[in-house]
Write a protein that binds this ligand. Structure first.
Ligand code: PLP
Length: 396
């Protein structure tokens, strides 16, 4: 018998790859009366957040924050930069790439689409070849999902930038870092990412509700010449008001209290330590999966994600049935298969405010779930992960 919500005790394990768990510190920081978003207190908070955000994106550019989800931030970036009819280059790395393409096409952009099998990231050689072929310089933007959250695949953004440079093409590079920022190495300026698009609810350990466009001077200048966003999303207006920490619309000030705390936590831990923590937890997850005999949806080990692992359920079994059983019996949410991966994979989110014992709880839950559901697996995955983590901690 499934337990009702009122009958469940202890923690809910929110192990979807975003929204991720919100730390107590962030929850407490948000527990404040609403303030005047035109008053002096807000301006200070606004400036502090912009300053910390720059450090997390690793940029000297402008970090704009909208009350929106990641989808809104995609739309903001595209409409600020381009005009309907412009050509963008996109790669079918998975579900989120498809969603972004669909959004771009609905607005009226042309997407030159490189088909993919949802098991590989962006191939930089293909980027270079496509750009070299584009002798008329029609391609105005290259759209890359840094970490495809549907399949746990991280594309090599630095190599994509090198490919653009090798082709000597003036296109802008747009990267979706929604599930990579604060989990996976990302150096916006060093990697020459002109626009990074993010949302609050994944590596940033916040509830959903904030969308980010982190833009460099080149992108801002370009948008002033070419973009067709004239109102709410318009970068220029936000950048001007951001100079004093304010916004041309009512910012989500309640969430800003939390964001300030969350960014502070990331910087206190240190970005490189944050990346390392995620890398180790992801490795432990894959060790468990290998022991169980479950296949990873990602085929190239260099592209394994540090924030998400998508595992293929054995033939004849349904990943959503397993997830449902685990939710009902163990009070843990795992990520569903998205798009064409529906019922075929389940996803483990190992990102944000997350540590070794939380991972052990998660992996134990998966192993118990497979046992209960009669999914064929080899026992000992959780044990193997535990061993790996213990060895790692001993040596570190
Ligand atoms: C979660 C996610 C999004 C989020 O979009 P929302 O509008 O916030 O749901 C976008 N891109 C990627 C890669 C994601 O993982």
């Amino acid at each position: 018998m499934p337990k009702s919500k009122d009958q469940k005790r202890g923690w809910h394990f929110l192990q979807i790859p975003g929204p991720s768990n919100t730390p107590e510190r962030v929850l407490r920081a948000m527990n404040q009366p609403t303030i005047d978003h035109r008053g002096p207190e807000f301006g200070e908070l606004g400036l502090e957040i912009i300053n910390k955000s720059r450090q997390v994106f690793q940029t000297e550019g402008h970090v704009l924050i909208y009350p929106s989800s990641g989808t809104g931030a995609w739309e903001a970036a595209l409409t600020n930069l381009f005009n309907p009819g412009d050509t963008l280059l996109g790669f079918e790395t998975g579900h989120f790439a498809v969603l972004w393409k669909n959004l771009a096409e609905k607005i009226g952009f042309k997407v030159q689409w490189i088909a993919g099998d949802w098991r590989h990231g962006v191939d930089p050689n293909v980027v270079e070849a496509e750009l070299r072929k584009d002798t008329r310089r029609d391609i105005k933007g290259v759209m890359v999902i840094h970490n495809e959250t549907c399949n746990g695949i991280t594309s090599d953004l630095e190599a994509v930038r090198q490919a653009i440079d090798s082709a000597n093409h003036p296109t802008l590079l747009l990267a979706d870092v929604v599930s990579s920022l604060g989990t996976t190495p990302f150096y916006q300026d060093k990697w020459g990412v002109d626009v990074a698009i993010c949302a609050s609810q994944k590596g940033l350990m916040m509830p959903p509700g904030l969308g980010f466009n982190s833009i460099n001077e080149k992108a801002l200048e370009y948008s002033r010449q070419t973009g067709f966003a004239q109102s709410y999303w318009q970068w220029d207006r936000v950048v001007t008001m951001n100079e004093t920490g304010y916004y041309p619309y009512t910012p989500a000030s309640g969430l800003f209290f939390g964001l300030n705390e969350a960014l502070g936590m990331i910087l206190e831990e240190g970005l490189e330590n944050v990346y390392q923590r995620h890398r180790v937890l992801a490795q432990a997850t894959r060790i468990a999966a290998d022991t169980w005999g479950l296949e990873n949806q990602a085929l190239n080990e260099k592209e394994y994600s540090d924030s998400t692992t998508a595992l293929i359920i054995p033939d004849g079994h349904n990943a959503d049935d397993l997830r449902k059983l685990i939710l009902n019996q163990l009070n843990m949410s795992l990520g569903t298969g998205l798009g064409k991966l529906k019922s075929k994979v389940f996803r483990i989110g190992h990102l944000g405010d997350f540590n070794e014992l939380m991972l052990m709880g998660t992996l134990s839950g998966v192993e118990m779930g497979m046992e209960m559901a009669g999914v064929p697996y080899s026992a000992g995955g959780a044990q193997a992960a535990m061993q790996f983590l213990a060895n790692h901690l001993k040596d570190s």
